[in-house]
Design a protein around this ligand. Structure first.
Ligand SMILES: [Fe+2]
Length: 126
């Protein structure tokens, strides 16, 4: 059984999917059950950060990753911010040499965020 906003990865082809509506079935890709990605919530690396920062301002909210490479071989692929009840989410994709930062004008209710690094996987901030 899946849960809303869980992420699953195919370890054969690399597909990553997010659940919008949960169901009782297992997710399958390339003929095999997909891996449920469990986010880490602490950064175990000293030089690079994966845990998103959520900063609230009068103008809105900024979600960012500071101090992480954005190189062809190693970069943050996306950031997602969501409300605590998971009924509203915002996602932004990134590519090498970009800044992993998402500005949400006039949005003040983001309480959780996830990031995905192409090498180190999924991290969350609650
Ligand atoms: Fe990384």
């Amino acid at each position: 059984m899946t849960k809303k906003l869980e992420l699953y990865k195919c370890n054969i082809c690399g597909n990553i999917v997010e659940v919008l509506v949960s169901g009782i079935g297992d997710l399958v890709c390339c003929g095999e059950k997909m891996e449920h990605l469990t986010p880490k919530n602490t950064d175990d690396m000293t030089t690079e950060k994966h845990t998103p920062e959520i900063d609230n301002y009068n103008e809105g909210t900024v979600i960012r990753i500071t101090n992480h490479p954005m190189e062809n071989e190693h970069y943050i692929m996306f950031l997602q911010g969501q409300t605590e009840d998971k009924n509203e989410l915002h996602i932004k994709f990134f590519y090498p040499n970009e800044t992993p930062e998402m500005s949400l004008a006039d949005i003040h209710n983001i309480r959780e965020s996830i990031s995905y690094c192409n090498i180190h996987g999924l991290y969350e901030k609650k």
